[in-house]
Design a protein around this ligand. Structure first.
Ligand code: E4P
Length: 231
């Protein structure tokens, strides 16, 4: 499963991109509205940082407006994927944009039926919102499993994005079900790092190595020698 970061913050993308784990990013109007600065510059910078697909969302409510905004957003950077909200108008716009070769991430999908419509309209990516389903006491894992089954059974090529991720367990569910992508807030990516046994193990290795200072000197000399040899 590829990892996208779900954010409008360049600083967050810079921080997490340094880990080497990101394949793309998703923004949305709410996330961008929290940031200072020009949204176009933010989207471009995120594109450069992740070097992969970055979703930027249209806000018009009619298909013509969505298509016009989508084309303009796409011209910001070659990595831009146009994000279109699920609705009849959004399906029409998705069909028009993808027919022109512009990748579309159909967002705000909450059921297998909506996902099938999004795929039929040609969506490149279909984003199922897990956390918001949980918020209304709907089993998000069951909905996601239904979407995966429907797509695999019918040979649908649209990629499934697990979105609205709220905690690391959502990541495991999405990966086990075979979603191609999870788009994840920085906070959850941070949580995924942690395990008390990792911290305890690293501390033990450090202490044991420090108990043999001559070994530390040996590794330092070995590294220096190589650095000098390779310039
Ligand atoms: C997906 O692309 C959306 O930007 C996002 O995952 C929404 O998540 P939220 O429900 O936490 O706002």
């Amino acid at each position: 499963m590829r990892l996208f970061i779900d954010t409008g913050s360049v600083a967050e993308v810079e921080r997490i991109a340094a880990w080497g784990v990101l394949s793309g990013a998703t923004t949305n109007p709410s996330l961008l509205a929290k940031e200072d600065g020009d949204p176009g510059e933010i989207i471009r910078r995120i594109c450069e940082l992740v070097g992969g697909p970055v979703s930027a969302e249209v806000v018009s409510q009619d298909p013509e407006g969505m298509v016009a905004e989508g084309r303009a957003l796409r011209e910001l950077h070659e990595h831009v994927t146009v994000k279109v909200p699920f609705c009849k108008e959004g399906l029409t716009a998705t069909h028009a944009l993808t027919s022109d070769g512009i990748p579309v991430n159909m967002t705000l999908v909450f059921s297998a039926n909506q996902a099938l419509l999004a795929a039929a309209a040609g969506a490149t990516y279909v984003s199922c919102f897990l956390g918001r389903l949980d918020d209304i006491s709907v089993d998000s894992g069951a909905v996601l499993a239904e979407i995966v089954d429907c797509f695999r059974a019918g040979g649908v090529t649209s990629q499934i994005i697990a979105a609205s991720i709220r905690h690391p367990e959502h990541m495991i569910t999405a990966a086990q079900l075979g979603c191609e992508i999870a788009t994840t807030p920085a906070k959850v990516l941070d949580q995924m790092l942690n395990h008390p046994l990792t911290d305890a193990g690293a501390e033990r290795f450090r202490q044991d190595w420090q108990s043999r200072p001559e070994f530390g000197e040996w590794l330092h000399a070995l590294t220096e020698k190589r650095l000098q040899a390779t310039g």
